[in-house]
Design a protein around this ligand. Structure first.
Ligand code: GMT
Length: 373
């Protein structure tokens, strides 16, 4: 198949899923055209069968806001024509699914199909904003196929937008073979010279991630067990988090690592991953942690219960229950036998339910179904 994939190039989950899907499809011989405003970070290396196209956004003195949506639609029409695309797969509804719809109308060929994958904030946060609502609903209804990354997100979309069409759940995925390639790249002693436990959090530091809670959980853990915290990512809450770390006098035990293209080397240094989000439609970082054998403590919201098995691969507690999350962390870190069991189960669960080799064929089959309809 010739597949156009539209995504964000930044360090967010939707861009990671789109990039890893592109790699998986390309390895299976499909021709994949990535369309974005910059090369996605996971696709900076060369991959056979993947072609990257940056969207041109024309500016003109009359335009107060240059239109990315129209530039994207124009690029998709051009690619559909030149490369005979069978499918345009939009990751994240806004504005990608709307631009894909427009491109299809302009191209006017029955053969070209559009698929939209809903990732989370496109429904729960941005999409729910009154200024975008109608457009998101329209784009979902007009896509030839729609997928959601969890049952939670599917149900939430149906309720929120009163959707009556089919939404297929296709889970996010990981490559169970990848961690081995990154083992040994991170020296534990560099972060924890006295054998302290290492906790980690990675996100885009937006308010929904509650990174302040990560710091407060860590403070409680550290008061009972020698520990260090690795904070990975960048975003609007970083100054506040940095200030909090200073106010709580945790400075020497917290490492800010900024954005990282690959998390696996760091997971091999990590004993426990923290994800105390307020919203999480799936929680890709939790799955990536589990794939490297790292148990996760998170919140019992959104799609996280579909990823983390309560009491087996981690613990899920109510949003804001800092004391509860800290208590579970201390319990697990101080029980080597239980910790080892959680690690083994985490890795096994990632492999059993979220292996790329199981999930990518689900996308291929979905494209085929849509093309035959
Ligand atoms: O978390 C974000 O705001 C980034 C967002 C994205 O689009 O990159 O993440 C969403 O998609 C990920 C990949 O499917 C999911 O793993 C995240 O749970 C989801 N984020 C939220 O629902 C808050």
């Amino acid at each position: 198949m010739n597949i156009g994939i539209v995504c964000y190039p930044t360090h967010g989950g939707s861009g990671v899923v789109a990039s890893e899907l592109a790699i998986g499809l390309a390895q299976k011989g499909h021709e994949v055209h990535i369309v974005s405003y910059a090369p996605p970070f996971r696709l900076r290396a060369f991959h056979q069968n993947i072609f990257i196209h940056e969207v041109d956004v024309a500016s003109y003195p009359l335009f107060k806001f240059p239109s990315y949506e129209l530039g994207l639609a124009a690029k998709l029409v051009e690619l559909a024509e030149i490369h005979h695309l069978d499918v345009i797969h939009a990751h994240y509804a806004l504005p990608h699914a709307a631009s894909a719809y427009l491109a299809k109308q302009i191209f006017n060929a029955r053969r070209l199909k559009t698929v939209t994958t809903l990732h989370g904030t496109d429904i729960t946060l941005v999409g729910a904003d009154p200024s975008f609502r109608r457009v998101v609903k329209f784009a979902i209804e007009k896509s030839d196929g729609v997928t959601a990354v969890s049952h939670y997100l599917k149900n939430r979309t149906i309720e929120e937008f009163d959707i009556r069409r089919e939404i297929r759940v296709i889970y996010n995925f990981v490559d169970p073979g990848r961690p081995a390639q990154n083992r040994g790249l991170c020296a534990r002693e560099a972060f924890a010279p006295k054998g302290e436990k290492i906790l980690m959090h990675a996100s885009n530091f937006r308010p929904v991630k509650r990174v302040g809670d990560v710091v407060r959980i860590f403070a409680q853990v550290r008061s009972q067990t020698p520990a260090k915290l690795l904070l990975v990512g960048e975003g609007p809450d970083r100054p506040f988090v940095q200030q909090l770390v200073g106010e709580m006098r945790l400075g020497s035990d917290v490492h800010f690592l900024g954005e990282q293209d690959q998390l696996e080397p760091l997971f091999f240094c990590t004993d426990l991953f923290l994800l105390p989000s307020e919203q999480e439609s799936f929680g890709l970082t939790a799955l990536e942690a589990m794939n490297c054998g790292v148990p996760v403590i998170g919140t019992d919201i959104g799609g996280l219960p579909e990823v983390i098995a309560q009491g087996e691969t981690g613990y899920l507690l109510p949003v804001g229950d800092i004391a509860g999350m800290a208590a579970k962390a201390v319990e697990l870190l101080n029980d080597p036998a239980a910790h080892e069991l959680f690690k083994t189960r985490a890795r096994r669960r990632a492999e059993q339910f979220f292996d790329a080799a199981r999930i990518i064929p689900q996308y291929e089959a979905f494209y085929q179904e849509i093309m035959n309809s």
